[in-house]
Design a protein. Structure first.
Length: 203
C-alpha cells in the first residue's frame, strides 16, 4: 500500500469514528458476501467479479442504496429480470451497450454512485490507472467483469443447481462457491442471494 492510500485509509477511519463519515458508507455489502468482503467496498473501490452475474447485481444493488444511481457499460446479455430479482432498482440504472472509453467513463464516474463495466478494450494500463484515480476522487465504486489492476477479486462457480432434476422445468436455486483474498463462501442464488445452508440430514 503506498503512502497516499495509507493516509486515506487512516483519514476514513478517523472520519467514521468522529461522525463525519456515516459508518455504513464503507460497510455496505450484501449480507451473503460479508464473509468475502468483511470491510465492505470502500468509496472509490474496484471489485472484479468473474463467474457470477448474480453477485454483480446483488453487490451493485447494495452499494447503490436507496437513492444512488448505477451506470452499466459494455455488458452483454444483461438479463434485466435477474438484475431486478437481485434487488437492482432499474429506474435508477443507465445502460450503455458500447464498450467503455475514457470520455464515457469520466462522465459516468461524475454522475453515478456505482459503475458496472463489462467491456473496455480501448483502455490501456494508463487509462485504467487514471480511471482508478478518478474513482477515488469522486467516491464512485466500480464493479467489473473484466480484469482490472488493483481490483479486489471475486471468483465464483456454480457447484449445484436445483429445479431441473428430471430434465424439465426451470432453475429455482443455484449453489455458488465464491472465493476472494483467501476467503470462500457458499451462496444460494434463488430470488435473492443468501448464504447457503444445506438441510440437515434426519436419521
Amino acid at each position: 500500500m503506498d503512502r497516499l492510500a495509507h493516509a486515506r485509509s487512516i483519514l476514513q477511519v478517523a472520519e467514521t469514528r468522529t461522525g463525519v463519515r456515516p459508518p455504513d458508507e464503507e460497510d455496505r455489502v450484501p449480507d451473503a458476501l460479508r464473509g468475502l468482503l468483511p470491510r465492505g467496498v470502500p468509496a472509490g473501490g474496484i471489485v472484479h467479479v468473474s463467474g457470477s452475474r448474480t453477485i454483480v447485481w446483488s453487490l451493485a444493488a447494495t452499494l447503490m442504496g436507496s437513492r444512488g444511481w448505477c451506470v452499466v457499460i459494455g455488458l452483454r446479455d444483461v438479463g434485466w429480470y435477474a438484475a431486478k430479482q437481485a434487488g437492482l432498482d432499474l429506474a435508477r440504472v443507465l445502460y450503455l451497450p458500447t464498450g467503455a472509453t475514457p470520455p464515457v467513463l469520466a462522465a459516468a464516474i461524475d454522475g453515478a454512485d456505482v459503475l458496472i463495466v463489462g467491456s473496455a478494450r480501448s483502455l490501456g494500463a494508463g487509462d485504467q490507472r487514471a480511471v482508478a484515480g478518478r474513482l477515488r476522487n469522486r467516491g464512485t465504486r466500480l464493479i467489473t467483469t473484466i480484469p482490472w489492476p488493483g481490483a479486489t477479486q471475486i471468483t465464483a462457480s456454480v457447484v449445484h443447481a436445483h429445479g431441473c432434476d428430471d430434465g424439465a422445468g426451470y432453475l429455482t436455486e443455484r449453489v455458488i462457491h465464491a472465493r476472494s483474498q483467501g476467503r470462500s463462501v457458499r451462496l444460494a442464488a434463488g430470488d435473492e442471494l443468501t448464504a447457503y445452508r444445506p438441510l440437515a440430514v434426519v436419521s
